[in-house]
Design a protein around this ligand. Structure first.
Ligand code: BGC
Length: 348
């Protein structure tokens, strides 16, 4: 029998399944079932050409050889859980560590590393489902998670998450796409960003929160007015600890999933803009500080800082910080976790 590592098969020995959605404007969005991963977004530009706006690998199999979580669906709990523990109904509970003593992005075999089932598929819609058994990566209870992707004719990629549980469990689902709106191979720090957040969460060099949400005012962390990522890059101690931007921003209460964006991002050449909307309370801004060595689309490797991720989520380590000003990240049996994020792309 051929071993999966000698073929283009997924780690479970089965083929990867890819699906491409296309809209009336000619934009495409491609996904695969492994990790319910968003592989590509191509946008027709004003001059008739088409541009790839996401970082990605040459083949689905290459995604197995990277730790950047390119385009993956991340869960059960995106971002970090300090010391891989929290209390469930007053009792200490441990989850599986995968970043030293901490847990990052749901553990070593998190939702990014699983085959999701395709539930529904049309020209512009795609739904994936995953069953996660009691104890998966240390989490309590069985969970069923769904991710709905929809590509609209006005170039919005809408992502809707849903999850149900049979025991009390913290849930924080996100997508880990990296954007480079200039196309591949450029330094994404030349993008201009506007982020509607008056507070960010300071972290230590492991990315673990080390203070409460803190005003961005008068610091290099402030993106309330548009500026390039390069402008104040590494100017603050907060950034120096983690080699750049790798911080959660607590969105202003005016941000929502439909009309008031969380962020705008502009390509350096001024030809593409992206607007992000989300129902989540926070966004992790990650400037690709550790991207170096990640396999790229042409068989080579990405350099660090070649893409920027804007991940919708609860603040990191929220199961251990019940008093932070955001809704609860816990869901109970009978409740449905729901979170929506839309990335809309504009050819300028
Ligand atoms: C984290 C980074 C991490 C990256 C890839 C981001 O969401 O905040 O610290 O390096 O994911 O794992």
């Amino acid at each position: 029998m051929l071993k999966p590592e000698n073929t283009q098969l997924a780690p479970d020995g089965q083929p990867f399944e890819q699906v491409t959605l296309q809209n009336a404007a000619g934009a495409t969005a491609t996904f695969m079932d492994w990790g319910a991963t968003w592989l590509s977004f191509t946008l027709p530009l004003a001059d008739g050409s088409s541009r790839e706006l996401l970082l990605g690998c040459q083949s689905p199999h290459d995604y197995m050889n990277q730790s950047a979580y390119l385009g993956a669906t991340v869960g059960r709990y995106a971002n970090r859980i300090a010391c891989s523990q929290f209390e469930v109904e007053g009792k200490p509970h441990r989850v599986v560590a995968n970043q030293g003593v901490h847990q990052l992005h749901g553990g070593p075999e998190g939702f990014h590393a699983r085959r999701w089932k395709i539930l529904e598929q049309t020209a512009q819609k795609l739904t994936f489902e995953l069953f996660s058994a009691d104890g998966d990566q240390g989490y309590p209870g069985n969970m069923t998670a769904k991710v709905h992707y929809q590509l609209t004719d006005d170039n919005r990629l809408e992502i809707r998450y849903e999850a149900t549980v049979d025991k009390l469990c913290p849930v924080n689902l996100t997508n880990h796409a990296y954007f480079n709106l200039d196309g591949e191979g450029t330094d994404a720090r030349q993008h201009k960003l506007q982020l509607f957040a008056d507070r960010f969460l300071p972290v230590d060099s492991d990315g673990i929160p080390c203070a409460d949400p803190t005003p961005v005012e008068n610091t290099g962390m402030n993106f309330n007015a548009p500026k390039t990522l390069a402008k104040d890059f590494l100017g603050d101690r907060d950034q120096q600890r983690v080699k750049g931007y790798d911080h959660a921003y607590l969105l202003n209460r005016t941000c929502n999933a439909g009309t008031n964006p969380a962020a705008h991002l502009w390509s350096a050449d001024g030809k593409v803009k992206m607007t992000m909307f989300t129902s989540a309370p926070a966004v992790q801004l990650y400037s690709g500080n550790f991207l170096g060595g990640t396999p790229n689309r042409s068989g080579g490797e990405y350099a660090s800082y070649s893409g920027v991720a804007l991940e919708s989520e609860f603040l990191p380590d929220s199961p251990n910080h019940a008093t932070w000003p955001q809704p609860s990240c816990w869901i109970k049996p009978g409740q449905t976790y729901k979170s929506t994020t839309t990335y809309q792309f504009f050819a300028l």
